[in-house]
Ligand binder design. Structure first.
Ligand code: GCU
Length: 694
């Protein structure tokens, strides 16, 4: 009896449950998560005419009922062994899927596994009901698959309700008060569970004065959120301020080695667990962009992280300690300071000093979520530390959910990157749990994947309806980081878009792939070239401004002059950043010849006439890719129009997407004009094809 929500169903529309809802399903097991599974099945059956049964006896006709088509069962039930021979333990969240003589069975050791098994059936649709299927077991590669909200309680004067949010307001708070919209929140939790996410940090990493109180006197608001998300196996985490002992506790210090400070965190954390027994833990941004941290007391970040880890340990909680620490008061004339180096310089020497329940949360690149960066060298530098990789689903630097930019391929490249060379482990192995993917040389648990959420109270959840695919892909990659991003997109299309009986379903699929598959590379083409990054308007970061950040204190420079462009980060003549990688990457990045084109300007300052591996010069590459990027957006818009013209998309989705594609085209043209004109004037080199440059 839930009231229908006036929001887009994203990847879990009722139709996605048709195959299950039209069959006879038996659910065997008890407990809150089993209740969730059961209510999903019941709702589907009510809609599509199937039958949902709870309990009874597994197998045929024992109770005189018609035989089951589908059984979701815990492995503790004896009869299950006739179906699926006991194999490797499935763990907290894994499941086995099998079919015999026309009966499909999902077996799990624990209720959460049944929930994920159910969503796997939803993804498979009719294909889940083949009469025979050899048992296949699924386990998540990463234990913690987390979404970080950057939501504020108060409307922040500059950042608004959600920092870097492009999808309306917060799902949790509005104007300083809890929203208390459990239906909407439950729907969000359901979508997250449907793509494999199992943890949510509810508030902004920049913890302002009001938000700091969520830890203490406003904890009830967090508990309410936890209550709503729990039935979908999602644990709640909280961003806390390192200065809390002072601002909330009235102590004169927040020094991590001070006994009063330790006692304050222990007592406060005890209270948190008394209120929310399955609380996940803390997220901390310390000594970063103005947030307080251990440096004020002459302590290092292991001291800081371990303080909170110790408070959380008795309850099984974890602290996610962010590695995004750098000097944001730089002078562009000072060529010895390099923001890209900062995280490694601060953290690599601390490897091995973090407690087991401290997870170092590392942005995928050394700068800040640009469309193209090398993988952060921190990931290869701390073998004795649990590392989580952080990606930005909210499109701060990738078009702010006005541009189509499917980021699955970017994350997949990052996760597949092998920092130690082709024979070493990949980034995904570092973040994974042993027993998940192979994690050579790492006996301990990896820290998982953390995704900064792109969702808000927008009716389409994500502003741009096609940006839903990014949230879906982030969850799926945390579960199975070796999935092909195109295949993930396929799943998303299949689930999200109801096939119409009249239209051509293949046209729908083909067109969406055409618009989305290459959209990240398209975005890269019409924005900042060859890995140099930024060139965005300061503050809000939307649209082009080549010199917008060039003389600011943020450390984000491209050093373009009349002779050349790029940042010399070599060991030989530059900042030395290239030397933070293990070989072979340190050597490849060090040399202009070895460095991949797409990262050339991240590592080298080169003349405009420098010839790339592609055969083009740097300046001609800038012209060509900018013109090409605009053309690709124009083409995407035509493809979309053809698709919508064929009546294959919901009119509300069509209107929203069309409006955004118009803006994307306008903005891409602006990028093209500004970048090409800037570099034409700087370099004095004309376009080889004589195209007009404004
Ligand atoms: C970016 C972003 C900030 C955010 C920061 C972070 O710099 O612009 O809004 O706070 O990342 O990840 O901490």
């Amino acid at each position: 009896g839930q009231r229908p929500l006036d929001v887009h169903p994203a990847w879990l529309p009722p139709e996605a449950f048709r195959a299950i809802g039209s069959r006879r399903t038996r659910v065997l097991g008890d407990g809150p998560l089993v209740e969730t599974v059961l209510s999903e099945v019941r709702e589907a059956c009510a809609r599509y005419g199937g039958v949902a049964r709870h309990g009874g006896v597994m197998g045929h006709g024992a109770t005189g009922d018609e035989p089951d088509d589908l059984i979701l069962v815990l492995s503790t039930v004896d009869a299950v062994r006739d179906f699926v021979p006991a194999g490797q333990p499935l763990g907290e969240e894994g499941f086995t899927l099998a079919a015999r003589s026309g009966v499909t069975v999902v077996v799990a050791d624990r209720p959460a596994g049944l929930l994920y098994g159910l969503f796997e059936l939803v993804r498979l649709g009719e294909a889940a009901f083949r009469p025979e299927r050899a048992p296949e077991s699924h386990r998540p590669a990463m234990r913690r698959r987390m979404v970080d909200q950057w939501d504020n309680v108060d409307v922040h004067p500059v950042m608004g309700q959600v920092e870097r949010g492009y999808a309306g307001g917060s799902l949790f708070w509005r104007d300083g008060k809890p929203r208390r919209d459990p239906d909407r929140l439950r729907a969000y939790g359901r979508l997250l569970a449907g793509c494999g996410v199992n943890a949510v940090s509810v508030n902004n990493v920049n913890v302002h004065a009001t938000e700091a109180h969520l830890l203490t006197d406003r904890l009830a608001e967090v508990a309410e959120i936890a209550d709503v998300l729990r039935p979908y196996h999602i644990r709640v985490h909280l961003s806390v301020s390192f200065a809390s002992p002072i601002t909330l506790g009235g102590l004169p210090t927040a020094d991590p080695l001070d006994e009063r400070v330790r006692a304050w965190w222990a007592g406060t954390t005890r209270q948190v667990y008394a209120t929310i027994p399955d609380f996940g833990g803390y997220v901390v941004k310390a000594d970063s962009e103005g947030q307080p941290g251990p440096f004020a007391y002459g302590r290092n970040h292991a001291d800081g992280a371990n303080l909170l880890a110790a408070a959380l340990a008795p309850y099984g909680g974890v602290v996610h300690w962010r590695a995004f620490v750098y000097n944001h008061r730089q002078d562009w004339r000072d060529r010895s300071t390099d923001r890209a180096r900062a995280a490694y310089d601060h953290f690599a020497p601390l490897d091995g000093q973090f407690h087991d329940n401290a997870i170092l949360q590392v942005k995928y690149g050394p700068m800040d979520f640009q469309a193209r960066e090398p993988v952060s060298p921190v990931i290869a530098a701390m073998p004795a530390t649990r590392l989580a990789v952080e990606v930005q689903v909210t499109q701060e630097y990738t078009g702010q959910q006005r541009h189509v930019c499917y980021l699955g391929p970017q994350w997949s490249e990052v996760l597949g990157f092998r920092p130690w060379g082709p024979d070493g482990p990949a980034v995904r192995d570092v973040a994974a749990s042993p027993g998940g993917a192979a994690s050579p040389g790492r006996a301990h648990d990896g820290g998982g994947l953390v995704a900064v959420s792109n969702a808000g109270d927008d009716p389409f959840w994500t502003g741009h309806p096609l940006a839903q695919a990014n949230l879906y892909a982030a969850g799926r990659l945390a579960w199975a980081p070796d999935l092909d991003p195109t295949a993930i997109l396929d799943e998303w299309i299949e689930l999200t878009f109801t096939p119409s009986s009249t239209g051509d379903p293949d046209l729908l699929r083909r067109s969406l792939h055409e618009v989305m598959d290459g959209s990240w590379r398209t975005y890269e083409r019409y924005t900042a070239p060859l890995g140099v990054g930024f060139m965005v308007r300061p503050g809000h970061h939307y649209g082009p401004d080549v010199d917008g950040y060039e003389y600011t204190p943020w450390g984000t420079y491209h050093f373009a002059d009349r002779d050349g462009i790029g940042v010399d980060r070599t060991v030989a003549t530059g900042t030395g950043f290239a030397g933070q990688y293990p070989p072979p990457w340190s050597q490849l990045y060090e040399s202009r010849q070895g460095c991949p084109d797409e990262l050339l300007l991240f590592f080298h300052h080169v003349p405009y006439g420098h010839v790339l591996h592609s055969g083009s010069t740097v300046i001609q590459h800038i012209y060509d890719t900018h013109f090409a990027g605009v053309e690709e957006v124009r083409r995407a818009r035509q493809v979309w129009e053809r698709l919508a013209g064929a009546g294959l998309v919901d009119p509300a989705v069509d209107t929203r997407v069309r409006e955004r594609l118009d803006e994307q085209l306008r903005c891409a043209e602006e990028w093209c004009d500004q970048l090409n004109a800037y570099f034409l004037r700087k370099s004095g080199v004309p376009d080889a094809h004589g195209r007009p440059i404004y």
